[in-house]
Design a protein around this ligand. Sequence first.
Ligand SMILES: [Zn+2]
Length: 341
Amino acid sequence: MRTHPIQWVRFESVASLNPLLEASLLVVDPQAWFAARGWLTANPRSLARAESLDARVLDSLVHTPEMLDGVERIVGLGGGTAMDTAKYLAWRTGLPLILVPSALTVDAPFTDSAAVRRDGRIHYTGHVAPEAVIIDADLIRTAPAHLNRGGVGDILSIHTALYDWRLAHEHTGEPYDAAIAQQSAALLERLRAGSAELYAVSDAGVRLLTELFCEEVYLCLQASSSRPEEGSEHHLLYTLEYLTGRAYLHGAAVTLCALLMAYLQGNAPDELRALANACGVEYRAILDEAGAAAIRRALLHAPDYAREEGLPYTVLTAIELTPARADAALEWVKRNAVSCE
Ligand SMILES: [Zn+2]
């Protein structure tokens, strides 16, 4: 029986780290460190900047002895990269782990494996259970609101992921758990009901997103796969990041990819767009940042990428993704991007 990640969550101030810091390796991103300084009165034993998920960079940290000298605990403070770096270091060193997300941008604080990038491709490795995940709404609100609003991307992805899961079941006989799928879909309804709180990044919104992430992660544990929340939308994003050699703000980028894939699935794309807009996800920024040409290339290459990587069966495997269909999906996203100005 795997642990429900909500059991690690403590809704309390980041100041509760103070008694532990002097024997901790603190893995931070600089903005989070700056934001939390007001609450942190103690100094960490060592400090590592979370800069990259590249396996070579992470392994070089593990092999820096002075970094771990006198360290009894790894503390991750920051966004997704800091969470994954801290998890990876805790896994490699066997040291206890505390995670303090400074923004709720991804589900990384609540999952038990670390994302690392090898040769430009994302892989999930290791197995770690933190001692605690500290959720401090005041700290989280120091991050730009659009970062926290974008966090819902890993919940919105349920919309396209469940479609892909059912499709895989119908086409390949892959096991499909209707009860888990139903519980996963219910998370989208809770998101819809609480979208105003999420938009406001209120205490209730922070608590709701934390609970939704934990539920989503637990459903994946029960399904023994990421089927309840990950499908073609994530595969498209991995392709985009592979082709451009860049990483995008995960939640907003997943949302953009989920909109494109919902359109290609013929799976209520307008409904998903309305929910993304109600939560204030700035997926348009990703469209501008990556550029329509790169996203088009990613759409066309995604079926090959999924095959090369041995990714699970999705609509990308099932349909023929012609340039005309890719263009139609892009046009639809661009059109509604203008219409919701
Ligand atoms: Zn994700």
